[in-house]
Design a protein around this ligand. Sequence first.
Ligand code: OXD
Ligand code: MN
Length: 590
Amino acid sequence: MATAAHTLSPLADLSRAVAEWVGTVRELTQPRAVHWCEGTEAEARQLTTQLLRSGELGALNADQFPGCHLYRSAPNDVARVEHLTYICTRSQEDAGPNNHWMDPQQAHAKMRELFRGCMRERTLYVVPYCMGPSDSPLARCGVEITDSPYVVLNMLVMTRAGRAALERIARGDSFVRGLHSIGELDPERRFIMHFPEELAIESFGSGYGGNALLGKKCHALRIASWQARSEGWLAEHMLIVGLQNPRGETHYLACAFPSACGKTNLAMLIPPGSLPGWRVLTVGDDIAWLHPGEDGRLWAINPEAGYFGVVPGTNPRTNRNAYEMIRRDTLFTNVALTADSQPWWEGLDSGKPVLDWQGRPYDPARGPAAHPNSRFTVSARRNPSWSPHSEDAQGVPIAALVFGGRRREVAPLVYEARDWRHGVLVGASLASETTAAAVGQVGVTRRDPMAMQPFCGYNFGDYWQHWLDVGARLARPPRIYHVNWFRRDAQGRFLWPGYGENLRVLTWMLERCAGRAAAVDSPIGWLPRPQELDLRGLELGSGALEALLTIDRTLWRKEAADLREYLSCYGSRLPPALLAELTATEQRLG
Ligand code: OXD
Ligand code: MN
């Protein structure tokens, strides 16, 4: 019997625009062969076998971790490189003070020299992909050309990749052109360039995560945020989660947190036993595309199809869903290994590492066994709490937006913005301690508006104005909250247990949305009355709740002054309405 593949036309014949571009890149990069990705399981298996044979992938214990593999990246290529990431717009002002900028012609010229002949002896892979459900009008397409089969394997999991995406492009969809080569993995010859005006990305010299899986940060956030502004929607660094209450009603939240601050955990949270009847349904764990709907609400799709999550800390107590999810059909990057080839990472209660993430005999003196930014790549459908509404073409309606940072002090456990306009200020004021997700110092507090500092593809001043404009079009806008799971006491201990217990804060938000919970007015927004947080079955340290819900006006006055200074960098692009909100907050602080 003929297989479907025999009766289908070659991928190279589907779209003239894609084929011409591939032809140009082929001439420049001189690959030994060209492989167009169909996106089938057989293709993924064949690539995996090839990488196992070449030693680029390692097999893991097939009894304990069936279908799982280990990839070790170059030790100098373990995180996103924000200092080498550029937005190349004709006008530098359009990129804004929040981005590194290079003139597009200069950037193209620089990259052309890097790409020239770089794929000799390598295969050039063409990966057509769709970000979002393939039949969704809200989805957008791209094509990544890469010489890294590891990147291809990741893209096959993280996006809807292959023939259907190319067919959509052939029907006339515009597409983002993403050109990637690992080059020589030389940090001195590493650049991640974005050309939003051309819907193009050029990435050279890294094979890691957001630098190389171009559908993710480069397309779905930096380029998409630009597209979204011109088309009237928002591309955000947000998880999307559905909360089903004991009456069976589901409400969706979209929550923005900086990298490695627990978005994946929150998206697949396990309700504590003392809150019976609640269910959590995951739509996305990292990126949300938010569209004003005809009904005046905001609707969200997750453009991704998989998770590229941080591994360390994952265990049955912190995130049982993730722990179960990554026990099969998962690609691990930069974890440690036990004697019987099981993946191992810090935070696991069992097992013992014998090889560290670089494959060296484990020696605690050299630091953690697994790299702090080690990752799992896994299909979203493997998540026990995966929501079938992830496939809804129109997305899911958002009841509340949540911004959160990692702050030892200042920010209370939760507060609610007064309205959308104030909520935009609350999002713009986000600050957080840095993590291992990007190269650089860990643990220093930096401004990270809307958790988009590394990802907004244009001037933040214009971006906040766009947020205000989108809000003005919403007859039923979501409420906006700020949370901080990471407050500490004077001894440095966390005041709030986090993880599944965070549901208690989210249910308060839903009660507010339903008009059922009262709140206390404060200079920075509405705070819960302590008795209205459902704390049944939770033991907090003495004085913890009070500390978590108290505003220290002296600290907040300083916070507001810092924010004013930060916002002033945006000069004439800063929306006056945002400044007016800040002035009003300062006046309330007295
Ligand atoms: C990520 C990140 O990988 O934000 O999601 O760094
Ligand atoms: Mn992220």
